[in-house]
Write a new protein. Structure first.
Length: 463
């Protein structure tokens, strides 16, 4: 096979979808017997919604979730005030998705898995990786059960305790964000409405906060509780009932069902490398975040989105092997930036707003980016390509699919290879005047006032 993807979380499934639509022979393997059952990563940021639009799952994600509720602060059984969890933002023509969308992680994974199956892809469950070896032609992967598998490339999307990363000997550098352990659980309960995210601040007796959030699109609530450092967190039904009763006005039997639970200590860490030969790290295998700000799942999906088209181009023989070097070059700095952001949000130093929507991230400093305009306009090479109308064409509609797109605004359209889709018009405010070659992942790879140098770029990019 061409690519073996280890891990059927959002990262591995998104990469599987992107490769499947490119006709790449890929398999997703997962050590568990089923998809992850919990809600841990529940926020879909606007930039990830754009990615999901391209991958063909936006409508299903929208239908499965809802907006985040306003926080309601409680004290001694009384409502004492509302708290805005996110800075508001208006949808605009160039950014049609303006707010985080809540979908429990288990539901996001179901939607991605269904899309993968629709494209002919597959997830093999019960396949735990125990080791691997690689040579100049490919990678051989060993499993606890079942035969070894051989692939030209392997992508480790197997989470923060990645077996593949450990087998490669790649270290992670990081720190504990908060020494206080946390409980997260999906429950059914009575006694609280679903209009608010209910927050019960610490009472001053040494315990931490309690937050109970209705999970959009379900009948469940997500319970999050903080405990003093050194506490052994009880993740059983009785343990969840106790913390809810101790820190709110609810009685223990208000929690009627425990559907999933886990404990964790918020930390941040970054893999020293994102690539070792023919093996790549993506998602939590490459970077671990505090859940504050909803960046982990989103950064992970965008790792897959960056890597997918590059693997597809190299495997098709249209791009040089060196294109794969730009994955770590582009994604590791972004991951480092997001780690700093999530830590800042966790510590209350940064609001959830423009930075957490991820629309401003880009690759201006990448070796794959070329800006040739003498006086660049509002959009530069390396930036996210905005949506909007160009003549009668909506740009996101033009971008959708595994191709490159040349956007020509107010200039002559040069002859281009068949692999490049061309859209043109007289004016577009978000772009300014010029030529903009948009990569398959929605970023401007090359920009200029004329076509001078464009051909050299698309030859280098494998077009």
């Amino acid at each position: 096979m061409d690519v073996l993807i280890v891990g059927a979380g959002p990262t591995g499934l998104a990469l599987g979808i992107d490769l499947a639509r490119r006709g790449v022979d890929a398999l997703v393997v997962e050590k568990a017997d089923a998809l992850f059952p919990g809600s841990r990563g529940k926020g879909i940021q606007p930039r990830t919604m754009e990615v999901f639009d391209d991958l063909g799952v936006r409508a299903a994600i929208r239908a499965a979730g809802g907006t985040y509720p306003v926080g309601m602060i409680w004290q001694d059984g009384e409502r004492v005030g509302e708290h805005q969890m996110f800075d508001p933002a208006e949808a605009t023509e160039d950014s049609p998705y303006n707010e985080p969308w809540m979908v429990p992680q288990w539901r996001t994974q179901e939607i991605l898995a269904a899309r993968l199956a629709e494209l002919g892809g597959e997830v093999a469950f019960g396949r735990e990786v125990t080791g691997l070896t690689q040579d100049e032609d490919g990678v051989s992967v060993r499993f606890a059960d079942g035969p070894d598998l051989r692939a030209r490339y392997v992508v480790a999307a197997d989470g923060g305790r990645s077996a593949v990363r450990r087998a490669l000997g790649i270290a992670m550098t990081g720190e504990t964000v908060d020494p206080n352990p946390m409980l997260v659980a999906d429950v059914r309960l009575t006694g609280l409405d679903r209009e608010y995210w209910h927050v019960f601040p610490p009472r001053g007796d040494g315990d931490g906060f309690l937050a109970i959030c209705p999970l959009a699109g379900t009948e469940d609530f997500q319970v999050v509780a903080q405990f003093p450092e050194g506490t052994a967190v009880d993740v059983s039904l009785e343990g969840v009932r106790k913390v809810v009763a101790d820190r709110s006005h609810l009685t223990p039997d208000a929690v009627t069902e425990l559907r999933w639970s886990s404990d964790f200590r918020p930390r941040q860490a970054l893999a020293d490398r994102f690539r070792s030969g023919r093996v790549f790290l993506a998602g939590d295998a490459a970077h671990i975040h505090s859940p504050a700000g909803g960046q982990g799942l989103n950064t992970s999906v965008q790792d897959a989105y960056n890597l997918g088209w590059k693997l597809g181009a190299v495997l098709a023989g249209s791009a040089p092997e060196s294109l794969l070097d730009t994955y770590e070059e582009e994604r590791r700095p972004i991951a480092a930036q997001m780690l700093g952001l999530t830590t800042s949000v966790h510590r209350g130093e940064t609001r959830r707003g423009d930075a957490t929507r991820q629309l401003g991230l880009g690759y201006r400093g990448s070796s794959l980016t070329q800006e040739t305009g003498e006086v660049p306009g509002p959009l530069r090479a390396g930036d996210r390509a905005p949506d909007g109308m160009l003549g009668e064409v909506r740009l996101f509609d033009a971008f959708r699919g595994p191709h490159w797109t040349l956007v020509a605004v107010g200039v002559d359209v040069p002859r281009t290879p068949e692999a490049i889709k061309v859209v043109h018009g007289a004016s577009q405010a978000s772009y300014g005047e010029g030529l903009f070659l948009v990569r398959p992942d929605g970023y401007v790879g090359w920009a200029g006032g004329t076509a001078a140098g464009l051909k050299n770029y698309w030859v280098r990019a494998g077009l």
